[in-house]
Design a protein around this ligand. Sequence first.
Ligand SMILES: [Zn+2]
Length: 389
Amino acid sequence: MYILNRKKAEIKSNERFKKLKIKMKIALLLSVIGISSSSFFLFPFKMQQEIKAQVKKEIQLQKEIEDTLITIVAVGDIMMGTNYPNESYLPPNNLFLLNPMHEFLQQADVTFGNLEGTILNSGGKVKSCSDPSKCYAFRQPEYFVSHLKTAGFDFLSMANNHMGDFGQEGRDNTARILRENGFRFAGLETCPWDTLTVKGVTIGMTAFAPNTACLQITDYTTLQSVVSKLNSFCDIVIVSFHGGAEGSGKTHVTRKTEIFYEENRGNVYEFARIAIDAGADVVLGHGPHVTRAIDSYKGKFIAYSMGNFCTYGRFNLNGVSGMAPLFQLRLTKKGEFVDGRIIATKQLGEGGPVLDETNGALEQIKTLTGTDIPELKVEYGENGRFKFN
Ligand SMILES: [Zn+2]
């Protein structure tokens, strides 16, 4: 009986213990749910605040860095269509060929391009051509000026082989309409250089080519005097050249004088060094209609050829001729190169730039720079970013 009672008592206490355990488990579960539910509401809020503060801090830091830097966007040849020999060589329906590139062209303090053709609605003395249907004489209608303006261009080079396609009338009209629309332009004997002030920084630009009425790419005396003059009152000096032999077989920087169709197209390697020795901070080349290597001399940036950026008809856009880089360069306000980014673009059909998802121009620059300027130490980062070591 005693044993039985004891057993009963044990069973009872076991049951009580079990009940207690269950109660404890429920309490534990409830407290866990309580904590989790409170953290479910509290933690994300806290985290959101922290992330927001962090992002704000990063944006502020980025802005402070940006404020100390000047961003230059640079592209090569621009010829958006010609009304000579007739209007069938113009893009249909006033198509804005530069439109796909606006966001990249506009994200800069200064945007530069080579205007590879005169701006003139009609008339002018066309250069002599034996067969007008095969004559590459470029006369861009005046409404293209609004395209350049909307796209964000500031500086345009007029030193090239097509600025004289319609004689002095073509050059004068181009200068007039560019001036009226607030562009800065340079490269002719009549307008050798120009300046622009942005963020309190004065930027000077000059341009050279082997063509009539242009500052001559082989005239180092003029190069030195114009660049020295600009350097005496500008914070940053940009020197542009239209030089070197052209075509898909001319992608290399030879470090020699390049003769093409019996014309001295300059020694672009030497030209860039003389420009920098005289005070240039950035040297921007074009003319070969293909992409060439990049370089650095005394810490300054050189692009030997930026290729066909925005053309319409009349241009060979096959293979490497249809690819071009858009350079985003960051400089200190004193003109020291900080870093850059290469946005690869391509032209399809009759022309007009779009982003090149295969990064053709970037890969070409990597390869050509490795081959032609092997001593240069370039560090390539993500999304086409690069700097020199
Ligand atoms: Zn040209």
